[in-house]
Design a protein around this ligand. Structure first.
Ligand code: C2E
Ligand code: MG
Ligand code: MG
Ligand code: MG
Length: 285
């Protein structure tokens, strides 16, 4: 019996597993120091209106790791959530975005732009979340009306009362809210009705095949109709080709984000005016 247990114990130390565990903890250690080492960057991706004019951007985090190069947020955001490092990192993102808004407010051509910031479930659930947002706004002097927070359906697994209370407090200050990756998670229509949201973001997985997959097309049209009847704005994510834009426009979508209009870039590379990257909407419709 003891021998069998011993064998089982040995299984826990298979070299591959050991390697995976130490790679993860190495990455975690690096992530812990990433802010002090100035390795985090905020990129900005254009969000445009029906006329392909820039109305705002989404802030997207980039980690420039000294050895690994650029590490994708898909890789390090889950790790940051598990370890709680998302709290300081998320706070840094908020401070950076608000500082950028305050800088943009100084110039006529950038004054009206908004910044959307992704907020992870763990960050949102933190008891100090509201104060962290209002603190970042206050310290920077940014206009709360220009800040949009993107939450996801994973959040909806926690108490609705708590979520509604936080949304309401921040909305009272002027901050807007989007439900990101809409349609990929758990949200029920009952939730959707209770949450004081401003916007839904159609997940890029539905936009990708909207021209070829009738099911994706049906989902996209349903989300647009739902948003219309609930009086919510919609942003379509992952718009890469003119045909997708055309389809979305024909079904009433009025805001777009995707490589067709621009990839996430450092702020200096953002093309503010005129219409983005020569996308001629008249030529498309
Ligand atoms: P998301 O919030 O849904 O952001 C959109 C993702 O789609 C971004 O990936 C963006 O680069 C990508 N994308 C935009 N347009 C296109 C397109 O036309 N085609 C394709 N294939 N992709 C496109 P990214 O930057 O890798 O970020 C991945 C996710 O990481 C984000 O998804 C968001 O959930 C999370 N994330 C990024 N920055 C932050 C942050 O500051 N805080 C938190 N909590 N999460 C973040
Ligand atoms: Mg987002
Ligand atoms: Mg999304
Ligand atoms: Mg996503």
């Amino acid at each position: 019996q003891a021998k069998a247990d011993g064998r089982n114990t040995i299984c826990l130390f298979l070299p591959e597993m050991q390697a995976a565990v130490s790679a993860r903890s190495a990455l975690e250690g690096d992530l812990r120091q990433s802010l002090q080492h100035d390795e985090m960057l905020l990129y900005y991706q254009p969000v445009v209106n029906e006329d392909a004019h820039l109305t705002g951007v989404e802030a997207l985090l980039r980690w420039h790791h000294p050895q690994r190069g650029m590490v994708s947020p898909a890789e390090f955001i889950p790790l940051a959530e598990q370890t709680g490092l998302i709290l300081p990192i998320g706070q840094w993102v908020l401070e950076m975005a608000c500082a950028q808004l305050a800088a943009w407010a100084q110039q006529a051509d950038t004054r009206g732009l908004s910044i959307a910031v992704n907020v992870s479930a763990r960050q949102f659930r933190h008891p100090d979340f509201v104060r962290q947002v209002t603190g970042a706004l206050g310290r920077s002097g940014a206009s709360p009306q220009r800040l949009k927070l993107e939450i996801t359906e994973t959040l909806l697994l926690s108490s609705v009362e708590d979520i509604v209370a936080k949304l309401a407090q921040l909305k009272a200050v002027g901050v807007g809210f989007s439900l990101d990756d809409f349609g990929t998670g758990y949200s029920s229509l009952a939730y959707l009705k209770r949450l004081p949201l401003d916007q839904l973001k159609i997940d890029q997985s539905f936009v990708r095949d909207v021209l070829t997959d009738p099911n994706d097309a049906a989902i996209v049209r349903t989300i647009l109709a739902l948003a219309e009847s609930l009086d919510l704005q919609v942003v379509a994510e992952g718009v890469e080709v003119a045909g997708q834009l055309d389809y979305l426009r024909r079904h009433g979508c009025k805001a777009f984000q995707g490589y067709l209009f621009g990839r996430p870039v450092p702020v200096e590379e953002l093309v503010i005016t005129p219409a983005m990257r020569g996308v001629r909407i008249d030529a498309i419709i």
